[in-house]
Design a protein around this ligand. Structure first.
Ligand code: ATP
Length: 233
C-alpha cells in the first residue's frame, strides 16, 4: 500500500503566557506507521497532541492533519486518548460503549467486539468501580473501536499491567501491518513498547531532538532505549 503523509508540522511554536512549550517543531508522519513520541516530563508531548487534535491553536507555524488545518472536520477522522481523560463513572462499560457507538458515525461493532476480547474488558462492570488499569483499557477500547485514519494516544498504558501492555502493543502492531492507519503514541514505557514503533520522535524542552527509523537504529546495533539515553542523559 502506498504511504501518504498524514500529519505535517512545520515550525510549530506554542507559547503559554511566559512559558514556551514548543519551539520550531517540524516533522511528518506517514500512513500505515506507528510513531512513538518520546521525551521527559514537561517536554511538550501533550501540548503537541492537543494542537494536532485542534483543541489548542499553535502560536506559530503550520499544522496539517490529512491535508487540513486541525478543526472539526479533522477531529471526525481522528481518535484521541487524552492523558487525563475520565469516563462517566455512573455507567457500566456496556452502557458507555452503547453511548459511544451512537456518538461516533465511524464506530465499528466488529472492531469493538475484537478489542473487548483483546483488552479483556468486563462489559458488566460499573466504570466507578474499575481500577485505573481497567478504566485505561476501556478508554483505549473507545479509541480503537472507531475506524479513523489517525489514532493519537497520550500515555495509553498508565496503570496497565506489563502483560496487558505487551498484548496491546502487539495487537496495535498487527492492526497497522498492511493497513493505512497512523498511530502517534506518547509513552514513558519505552522498554516494553519499543518493538512496536516504526519511527520515534524524541522531544525535549519543546524542541525535536531527533527522528529515527527504528529498523535503521536496530541495524546499527542501537535500541530505542539506548538512543533515548544518549539524547537525554
Ligand atoms: N495550559 C498551560 N498553561 C501554561 N503552561 C502549560 C500549559 N499546558 C502545558 N504547559 C507547560 O508546557 C510544558 C509542556 O507540557 P506538556 O504537558 O506538553 O508536557 P509532556 O511532555 O506531555 O509532559 P509529561 O510527560 O509530564 O506528561 C510544561 O512546562 C507545562 O508546564
Amino acid at each position: 500500500m502506498e504511504q501518504t503523509v498524514t500529519i505535517q508540522c512545520t515550525g510549530v511554536e506554542m507559547i503559554f503566557k511566559k512559558k514556551q512549550a514548543l519551539r520550531n517543531v517540524t516533522f511528518s508522519t506517514n500512513s500505515g506507521s506507528i510513531v512513538g513520541l518520546l521525551g521527559p516530563n514537561g517536554a511538550g508531548k501533550s501540548t503537541l497532541m492537543r494542537i494536532l487534535t485542534g483543541i489548542l491553536e499553535p502560536t506559530g507555524g503550520f499544522v496539517e492533519v490529512l491535508g487540513r488545518k486541525p478543526g472539526v472536520e479533522t477531529l471526525a477522522q481522528l481518535s484521541f486518548l487524552p492523558d487525563r481523560g475520565q469516563l462517566p463513572n455512573w455507567l457500566t462499560a456496556d452502557q458507555w460503549l452503547g453511548y459511544a457507538s451512537g456518538i461516533y458515525p465511524d464506530w465499528d461493532i466488529a472492531l469493538e467486539r475484537e478489542w473487548v476480547r483483546k483488552l479483556e474488558v468486563d462489559r458488566t462492570m460499573g466504570i466507578g468501580t474499575m481500577s485505573r488499569g481497567q478504566e485505561a483499557r476501556l478508554q483505549l477500547l473507545t479509541c480503537l473501536s472507531r475506524r479513523t485514519k489517525i489514532v493519537i494516544l497520550d500515555e495509553p498504558f498508565t496503570g496497565v499491567d506489563l502483560l496487558s501492555r505487551e498484548r496491546i502493543s502487539s495487537a496495535i502492531a498487527e492492526e497497522t501491518a498492511g493497513g493505512d492507519r497512523t498511530f502517534l503514541i506518547a509513552t514513558h514505557d519505552i522498554r516494553e513498547m519499543e518493538s512496536m514503533f516504526d519511527r520515534i520522535i524524541l522531544i525535549g524542552d519543546g524542541t525535536i531532538k531527533g527522528v529515527y527509523d527504528t529498523e535503521e537504529l536496530r541495524d546499527e546495533g542501537h535500541s530505542v532505549e539506548s538512543c533515548y539515553r544518549e539524547v537525554f542523559a
